[in-house]
Ligand binder design. Structure first.
Ligand code: GTP
Ligand code: MG
Length: 383
């Protein structure tokens, strides 16, 4: 097939035609040959290499045009969402799902918006299929935004291509960071993502407020999880896991969630933990002192205990800070098995409710606008 459509020639070191010989290989396309005379010996047309380069260039330009389209569309979507109750309003906040490549972001977004949970792609599907609407346990509707996976050492040339995604991340009201908990280089993935988020101008507040999803929990062997892996991931070195709560506490946790979803089992119910929003100051302090990390085994945290100190809206008083100088809430999920999904939605709900009163949207590098300093808040709001 290849030979039928293309002429392949290999030029040997002496410039002679030498099929299959080692040396500089020059592949001449049949198309190019036609345009350049009698084969490359007499100044052939476009070589295969040139042809490939041209095609790559064309493809690049076409992709850049598409990306520009997506950016424009998303900008329109965002302003429309703001007008009709978006970022500052009640109804349509955007939660961007970020994470290292292959962590399971797309699977998770599909699972969250798939059968069994409310899903409505209609509104934005025509312009961007990666935005899915989801109804939280409280009835609040949000938009979940799937994003391009981050990778280490992202080539500079690719950054432009990622801008559409990055803008969505910078603009999102909240971030959900999906981690593949079975990945051996989990820590590296986590720090790469945090680094990229900082690089693209996501505010520290937003990073601190981020929910971590420990996905692919089905791949992590239960015994290994309790014996070692979880300790490695979640506990600070030197800290000892404590049996903090009695069985009664655990069952009270379950009862408090029964109203949310009867199908949720006790195991998955205990699979979440969250820092107190009010503890934000404390967590910010911990950024300055990265060594001082609190951590707890989330399995042991009862719901009643969370509520005691945080009021009805809060899920947890316990900071589940990790070994990184960033404190986060976390939920364990298996996007393929469908476990932990309700807990994740509940956590997003709780976080958003907590944010509601203090929503201070951080401006990323993409939406900073100049504003006269004398302008009072009312005028600014009108604008
Ligand atoms: N066992 C298991 N596999 C999962 C889970 N979630 C996702 N996967 C698998 O992991 C692979 C990657 O999933 P994706 O959803 O494409 O990951 P992604 O983060 O969107 O990847 P990129 O778009 O490349 O960044 C797929 O083969 C999924 O089936 C999970 O919870 N458990
Ligand atoms: Mg994906």
């Amino acid at each position: 097939m290849y030979m039928k459509t293309r002429l392949v020639r290999v030029r040997g070191p002496g410039g002679k035609l030498a099929f299959g010989a080692s040396g500089e290989a020059e592949v001449v396309s049949a198309r190019g040959r036609g345009s350049g005379g009698r084969g490359f010996m007499s100044g052939a047309g476009e070589t295969e290499l040139q042809l490939q380069r041209r095609r790559i260039q064309e493809r690049r330009l076409s992709l850049l045009a598409q990306i520009e389209d997506v950016r424009r569309t998303r900008a329109i979507q965002r302003s429309s969402r703001k007008r009709h109750g978006g970022s500052f309003g009640q109804d349509l906040v955007t939660v961007a799902v970020v994470g290292y490549t292959n962590a399971g972001k797309s699977t998770l977004v599909s699972a969250l918006s798939g059968a069994g949970l409310y899903s409505d792609d209609r509104l934005f599907a025509t312009v961007d299929p990666r935005l899915r609407s989801v109804i939280l346990p409280s009835g609040r509707k949000i938009l979940l935004s799937d994003t391009v996976g981050f990778i280490s050492d992202l080539p500079v040339q690719l950054v432009e291509a990622f801008h559409a995604t990055l803008e969505e991340v910078a603009e999102a009201d909240m971030l959900v960071h999906v981690l593949d908990s079975s990945a051996p280089d989990l820590e590296e993935h986590r720090s790469t993502v945090l680094q990229v988020l900082q690089q693209i101008g996501v505010s520290q507040d937003k990073i601190n407020n981020m929910i971590e999803v420990w996905n692919k929990i089905d791949l992590v062997d239960n015994i290994a999880l309790t014996d070692g892996i979880e300790d490695e991931i979640f506990l600070t070195e030197g800290e000892e896991e404590e049996d903090l709560f009695s069985e009664d506490d655990v069952s009270s946790e379950q009862s408090s969630f029964d109203s949310l979803d009867d199908t949720v089992d006790s195991e998955s119910l205990s699979e979440k933990s969250c820092e107190n929003d009010d503890d934000k100051m404390a967590s910010e302090e911990s950024i300055a002192e990265p060594v001082e990390m609190k951590a707890m085994n989330s399995e042991l945290l009862p719901e009643d205990h969370f509520r005691e100190s945080n009021g009805p809206e809060a899920i947890s008083t316990s900071a589940c800070t990790l070994t990184e100088p960033v404190s986060t809430c976390h939920v364990k999920t298996s996007a393929v098995a469908g476990t932990g999904l309700q807990e994740l939605l509940q956590l997003i709900d709780t976080k958003l409710n907590g944010q509601q009163t203090v929503v201070q949207r951080s401006y990323g590098p993409f939406d900073r606008k100049w504003r006269p300093s004398s302008m009072d808040d009312e005028k600014a709001a009108e604008q």
